[in-house]
Design a binder for this molecule. Structure first.
Ligand code: HEC
Length: 204
């Protein structure tokens, strides 16, 4: 005998109602998780990323103490100090070290290697010497393309800026970093221009 299953009309109505309720609640959940973060959440996420991804290690100058170098918190993320940018000429052994793939980190925070001399940038919102004149698009383009100031036809960002690592972050994370950087104290500090390898000062 064939088994038959008859569903009374009223059951169908109740079932349809329950399904709609379930779908509504799913949609509703999705809508909640897709909500853009609030500004406070964004700034908190940006601070968290900046503090956990090492920006400070290169972009904040240090002060020497008896216990070693400590961050100069009054110059948070403002790049190599404008007053510390004169370069002593490199001697023959330093040049041969660089040529063999080594790198020299100067006490000021400038980095010298086979690419030349690079100076950690001023990431504070100062409008002329920092990134106060940037918007999130320029910031994202800079990190994603690894091009100085986000100019695609311009020069590449030099080591050791780990832009390839940061380029893997989502747009929302990069926007959060940028939003947070725009809230830190602006420091007027002109970081010198990158020096290509063939222009490194060499001891005579
Ligand atoms: C290991 C050192 C190092 C770390 C860590 C680092 N940077 Fe950099 N960064 C540099 C150096 C050096 C430059 C300058 C490169 C150049 O001039 O070509 C630079 C350049 C930049 C620039 C480009 C500025 C411009 O005018 O185009 C941005 C933006 C930037 N860094 C943001 C960050 C952020 C945000 C973090 C953390 C998430 C970070 N950096 C971590 C060393 C570092």
């Amino acid at each position: 005998m064939k088994a038959t299953f008859k569903m009374p009309f009223i059951h169908i109505i109740i079932l349809t109602g329950l399904c709609s309720l379930y779908l509504y609640s799913c949609n509703n959940n999705t809508a909640q998780t897709d909500d853009p973060p609030t500004r406070d959440q964004m700034l908190e996420q940006g601070k968290y990323l900046v503090e956990s991804m090492g920006c400070n290690d290169c972009h904040t100058p240090t002060i020497m103490t008896p216990n070693g170098p400590v961050d100069d918190s009054s110059r948070f993320l403002s790049g190599i100090r404008q007053t510390d940018t004169s370069l002593q000429p490199f001697d023959a052994s330093e040049i041969s070290l660089i040529k063999s793939g080594g790198a020299i980190i100067l006490p000021t925070g400038a980095w010298t290697g086979g690419w030349g001399v690079s100076f950690p940038a001023n990431l504070t919102p100062d409008s002329t010497t920092g990134i106060g004149g940037w918007n999130a698009d320029i910031f994202i383009r800079t990190i994603r393309s690894g091009k100085y100031q986000g100019v695609l036809a311009g020069r590449p960002l030099m080591p050791p800026m780990p832009w390839k690592v940061y380029s893997k972050l989502t747009d929302n994370d990069l926007k959060a970093i940028f939003a947070y950087l725009q809230t830190i104290p602006a420091v007027h500090n002109q970081v010198p221009s990158y020096i290509p390898f063939n222009q490194i000062p060499i001891e005579k």
